[in-house]
Design a protein around this ligand. Structure first.
Ligand SMILES: Cc1cc2nc3c(=O)[nH]c(=O)nc-3n(C[C@H](O)[C@H](O)[C@H](O)COP(=O)(O)OP(=O)(O)OC[C@H]3O[C@@H](n4cnc5c(N)ncnc54)[C@H](O)[C@@H]3O)c2cc1C
Length: 344
C-alpha cells in the first residue's frame, strides 16, 4: 500500500500546511549540487566525509539557520538522534542513494506481521524456536556450540549471529571476542526512539497523506491509517533522543497534554478527540536498548568492518551491519551475505 506523505510544518508556533512551506531557494540549489556531486565521490571522499557529523557538513556547506533546524528535525527521525551525532557519510549516502521519499514508499497490507507470517511459511514453523535465549557460545576445532538459558544446546559447523549489539554483549563467548571487535561493539550506540500511537475519533487533519514535522515535543507525526476505511484515524508521534526518553517516562495525562499541545497551532484543541494512545520507547527495549544502530563520526568506516568480521566459526549479520542500515531489507541482505559466505 502506498505510504508516501506530504509534510506539513509547525515551526516557531506557526503552522504551514503541505505545499505552503519549503527550504530556501538558495539551499535547494545547493542541495541539488551536493546530491549530484556525490555520484562522483571516490572511496577516499567517502572516508573523509565519515570523519565529520551531518550537522557540521550542512553548516560547512552554508545552510541557512532555519533550513538547518528543519533539516535536523526531519533528518533526525531517520537516525533517531540529533544530526550532530550522525556520520555525514551515513547521512549523505542514505539521501543520495535513495529516492525522494527515502525508499519508504510502501507499507504492507495488513501490517508488518504479514511479512513475518510469510517468512514463517517459507522457513517452516517447526524450524523457528522461540523462548530459546542464547547465553553462551563455545567455539573450538571448527565447531560451534550454542547454549540456551533453557538448557538446550545446538551444535554445528558455523553460526550466524544476528543479535543486536546490546544482546550480543550479554552472551558469554568462549573464547572471548577479540579485543578489537569488543572495542568496536562497545563504541556503537543505538538511537533512542519512541513511537506514540494516538487513535482519534475523526481525521481532523483532512489529508490522507498527512505527516508533519514540529519543533515541539511531539516532533514528527504521520498518518498511520492512511487510505484505510473508517471515520477514526491514528497519528503516530515519532520522537527521538532526549524527547523520546522524556515522553516515554511520563504518565498518560502528560502524554495527552503533550499531543494536544503539539498539534494546537495547526488544529486547535483536539484533546476530546483522543480515544486512546499507546507508547513504545525503544531506548528501554530489553534486547536492543535503542531503535536502530547509530553510526557516529568516523564509525562507518572505523568500526563497521570490525563488527562484520567473522570470529572463528561465527558470522555476524543484522540491521546494524547493513549498507541499508536502519531498514528490514538491509538486515535481510546481511543474513543472505553471511549464508552465502558459509556456503562458499
Ligand atoms: C522505531 C523504528 C522504526 C522502524 N521503521 C522501519 C521502517 O519503516 N522500515 C524498515 O524497513 N525498517 C524499519 N525499522 C528497522 C527494522 O525494524 C530493523 O531493521 C529490523 O527489525 C532489524 O532486524 P534484525 O533481525 O537485524 O534485528 P531485530 O529485529 O532486533 O532482531 C533481533 C532478534 O534477536 C533476538 N535476540 C536477542 N538476543 C537474543 C539471545 N540472547 N538469544 C536469542 N535471541 C536473541 C531478539 O529477540 C530479536 O528477535 C524500524 C525500527 C524501529 C525501531
Amino acid at each position: 500500500m502506498n505510504n508516501q506523505f506530504e509534510s506539513h510544518l509547525i515551526y516557531g508556533g506557526e503552522y504551514s500546511p503541505r505545499g505552503k512551506w519549503d527550504y530556501s531557494a538558495e539551499w535547494k540549489t545547493k542541495w541539488d549540487k551536493i546530491i549530484s556531486d556525490y555520484a562522483n565521490f571516490k572511496d577516499s571522499d567517502k572516508q573523509r566525509l565519515d570523519k565529520m557529523d551531518w550537522w557540521r557538513f550542512l553548516v560547512n556547506n552554508g545552510i541557512p539557520e532555519k533550513d538547518l533546524q528543519i533539516r535536523d528535525l526531519l533528518d533526525s527521525t531517520d537516525f533517531g538522534e540529533s544530526i550532530r551525532h550522525v556520520s555525514a557519510y551515513a547521512a549523505l549516502a542514505e539521501y543520495a542513494e535513495s529516492s525522494e521519499k527515502n525508499e519508504m514508499d510502501y507499507k504492507i497490507k495488513g501490517g508488518n506481521s504479514m511479512f513475518t507470517k510469510a517468512l514463517v511459511e517459507r522457513v517452516g514453523n517447526e524450524n523457528i524456536l522461540l523462548k530459546h535465549k542464547v547465553k553462551e557460545v563455545s567455539q573450538a576445532d571448527g565447531k560451534v556450540d550454542v547454549l540456551c538459558e533453557n538448557g538446550t544446546v545446538f551444535s554445528g559447523d558455523a553460526l550466524i549471529c544476528t543479535a543486536p549489539v546490546y544482546s550480543l554483549l550479554k552472551i558469554n563467548w568462549k573464547p572471548g571476542l577479540p579485543e578489537e571487535k569488543l572495542a568496536a561493539l562497545n563504541q556503537l550506540q543505538y538511537a533512542r526512539i519512541s513511537k506514540h500511537a494516538v487513535l482519534f475519533s475523526d481525521r481532523f487533519w483532512q489529508d490522507e497523506s498527512f505527516d508533519m514535522v514540529t519543533d515541539i515535543y511531539g516532533h514528527y507525526f504521520y498518518h498511520a491509517t492512511k487510505n484505510q476505511p473508517g471515520k477514526k484515524g491514528a497519528l503516530i508521534s515519532y520522537t527521538i533522543g532526549d524527547k523520546a526518553d522524556v515522553i516515554g517516562n511520563q504518565n498518560d495525562d502528560f502524554k495527552t497534554e503533550m499531543i494536544t499541545q503539539t498539534l494546537r497551532p495547526a488544529f486547535g484543541d483536539i484533546k476530546d478527540k483522543i480515544i486512546t494512545h499507546l507508547n513504545y520507547n525503544w531506548g528501554t527495549d530489553e534486547y536492543t536498548k535503542g531503535g536502530y544502530a547509530l553510526y557516529g563520526t568516523g564509525q562507518w568506516f572505523g568500526i563497521m568492518p570490525l563488527l562484520k568480521k567473522k570470529f572463528m566459526s561465527t558470522y555476524f549479520a543484522g540491521e546494524h551491519l547493513a549498507d541499508w542500515q536502519g531498514f528490514m531489507e538491509g538486515a535481510i541482505v546481511t543474513g543472505e551475505e553471511a549464508a552465502d559466505e558459509i556456503a562458499g
